[in-house]
Design a binder for this molecule. Sequence first.
Ligand code: PMP
Length: 424
Amino acid sequence: MSSTADLLARRNRTIGPYSPLFYREPLQFVAAKGVWFTEASGDRYLDGYNNVPHVGHANERVVRALADQAATLNVHTRYLNDRVIDYSERLLATFADDLDRVFFGNSGSEANELALRISRQLTGATGVIVSDYSYHGTTIALAEMTTGLETREPLGAHVRAIRIPDLDRDSRPEADVLAATLSEVDAAIASLQEAGFGVAACLFDPLFSTEGMPRVPEGLLPEIASRVRVAGGLVIADEVQSGFGRTGSHMWGHELTALSPDLVTMGKPMGNGHPMSAVVTSEPVLDAFGSRNEFFNTFAGNPVSAAVGEAVLLEMEEHGMMARARSLGRTARAHLDGVADSYDFVRAAKGTGMFLGLDFAVDGAPAPELAARVVEEMKARKVLISRIGRDQSVLKVRPPLAFGEAELPILLDALDASLASVRA
Ligand code: PMP
């Protein structure tokens, strides 16, 4: 086994130093099972961060489904296959009745790209409204909508980015905050129309994950959606992070926020690490796009992906993972609320279900350096978390949904100890 220093040097000479690594001293994992990683040293680390291994790292059912189907048949969708249709039905059954059609893809980026393409074709417009600190993927179209991150392309001329408010950081009454944001949306729509782009879509992560899980005014997303619809645009919910029961209370993040999207995109946890994604939509939208485009995606929706996707849904169901995320999330959130009350540098607890955070601030100003120190302190205690947000001041606790009752106290104890050592 290479030493960390050797491996780092070889990495820099091959894939380069620009692809980000976590931690001042990067970790080199050799295995993972359930919610535990094994490091090269043999030490075990608790995974409080990764959402892709949704039903647990190296989940037996998923691995077996993948291997069995790969050993039986793996082919594109130009032939009939019952596994693929079984999975489509099972996935669609998790949605409201009007979201009853699915396109498959291989990554979250691909799903968002397709949702935008559909929106453009159906509306004849190109304008898109996003949040001003969001991430939706790697393609050119999506990079033109990614704002605030260091790797951005210039904002597209047809893109308007609005600022998502956070009531935890805003002293105005909630109704005023809502009204101010909606007038920003109205201005964005007017500006897209004046410039001749029109409004093709709005694209939001219902939990505003990248933005740092702001506490938004009640009804914000439905209000934005209705304005976008009046302007002729479609509503896209990017559920790459918020989907598949992450919130504990709902299978899909948009349900939590009472948003009724025209298109829902998903990825990351869908295949527990096997690359797969989807756009879920309604029959009229699928027909309008499908009848005009021969859409074929070589690897998407193949029987191996279907077998894996189905195994993920079955594992979630059989182990009651959503209900557990809900109850553990409640316990964890109550603990974090207590932390926010007792530490003057913690502005607020954030999130719901198995997606939680703490926002650090000193004298009202974001304190990213404190968040960074806590992340390192947690690592020293062998628990993995990260941070998010416009200012990178919000801790990101987003473990696999396989996270259990035994693990929560380990994570919370490590957090308490880390906070105490940062305060000291
Ligand atoms: N949307 C959101 C909300 C994401 O968090 C990500 C990935 N971080 C993407 C889209 C892009 O997904 P992928 O990396 O699978 O292309």
